[in-house]
Design a protein around this ligand. Structure first.
Ligand code: ZN
Ligand code: ZN
Length: 348
């Protein structure tokens, strides 16, 4: 089969690899649509721990083969990948904190992912989908579950106000979940006007470009004393510093963006966090008990009901074969984009 293989830092190729045969408890998914995550690009540009590796964890397709102990009834069914493979035995797994598992694997980062014609996954990592659910939308289930999880971590309640700092792919999903869960005011910030335009279409009420205005002053003008919840989804230190500034006393902050590890934060951040008695929450993946969690079932329902608009989040479609070039363009910041869908069945 054909696959997109990360061979080294900055080296990614489209090549022939053996097609897997599903082992006991596993099944084979014929990939119909896969989406590029910011973390895939960072594995390519900054390097990764395992080579060679087939990337791709935002993936949907059709089950075409099953291993021993997996029912034949699954053949022909559509499924999305649930990428985390927890051990289910360690202390954190038993508490239902699967993303903190002491001994986990992850499809597309620690083992072969779905930027390929086929991917072998454990049966429990297949989220079985209704046949009518569009598979391109299904490829975006995983990033949506992260956004849904972020709102749980921030203890978001209907009627509350929120600021989403950074409306790239996760931020756009957060905006949609805020709308679905009935936020009274959704403010978003981004330096990209294109991202802000999509956020507006998806339900954001106020769009602020920090290059053009004072975000804190504007949030205070609109809310009086800051928002109930702020979400950092940009992965930049300036946005991280702003979370504390725009949140009301006793409000919540959730950090969802991956920050550059060589940056530092002014201690004023801690001072303001303490004075306002804020709740500061990290977010890692999107899981809760029972595995994989309501984040996943909620997302499928919201796509089915039409509340989650995945089409508006997709900016490009490319044949899977062109992935090496697409990665190069993204890493060089030459391709302005929201979600990019890779299609194995589309000719070059
Ligand atoms: Zn991802
Ligand atoms: Zn575990």
């Amino acid at each position: 089969m054909k696959a997109v293989v990360l061979e080294n830092k900055g080296v990614i190729t489209y090549q022939d690899v053996p097609t897997p045969t599903p082992s006991k408890g596993h099944l084979l998914l014929k990939v119909k649509a896969a989406s590029i995550c910011g973390s895939d690009v960072s594995r390519y540009a900054k390097g990764h721990r395992v080579y060679p590796l087939i990337l791709g964890h935002e993936v949907a397709g059709m089950i075409t083969a099953v291993g021993e102990d997996v029912s034949d009834d699954l053949l022909g069914k559509h499924a999305a990948i649930i990428p985390l493979i927890p051990c289910f035995h360690c202390m954190e797994c038993q508490r239902g904190y699967y993303s903190a598992c002491h001994n986990y694997s992850f499809i597309g980062s620690r083992q072969a992912g779905g930027f390929a014609e086929y991917v072998e996954i454990p049966e429990q990592n297949a989220l079985i989908l209704p046949d009518a659910l569009p598979l391109e939308s299904a490829a975006l289930i995983e990033p949506s579950t992260v956004a849904r999880h972020i709102l749980d971590l921030g203890n978001f309640q209907p009627g509350q106000t929120a600021v989403v700092l950074g409306v790239g792919s996760i931020g756009l999903m957060v905006v949609q979940w805020l709308r679905i869960l009935k936020a009274s005011l959704i403010i978003c910030t981004d330096v990209s006007e294109a991202n802000l335009a999509v956020a507006h279409k998806l339900g954001a009420h106020v769009m602020l470009n920090p290059h053009q205005m004072d975000v804190k002053a504007e949030v205070f003008r609109l809310t009086g004393n800051g928002v109930d919840l702020s979400v950092e989804a940009a992965g930049v230190p300036q946005a991280l510093a702003q979370t504390i500034q725009v949140t009301r006393p006793r409000g919540s902050v959730v950090l969802g963006g991956n920050q550059p590890l060589d940056a530092s934060l002014p201690m004023q951040f801690i001072e303001d966090l303490m004075r306002k008695e804020l709740s500061l929450n990290g977010c890692f993946m999107s899981y809760s008990a029972p595995f994989p969690g309501h984040e996943w079932t909620d997302t499928v329902q919201a796509i089915q009901s039409g509340e989650l608009n995945m089409d508006a989040v997709i900016s490009h479609h490319y044949p899977l074969s062109t992935a090496p070039n697409v990665f190069e363009e993204i890493a060089a910041h030459r391709l302005s984009h929201q979600k990019i869908i890779l299609l194995p069945e589309l000719g070059t």
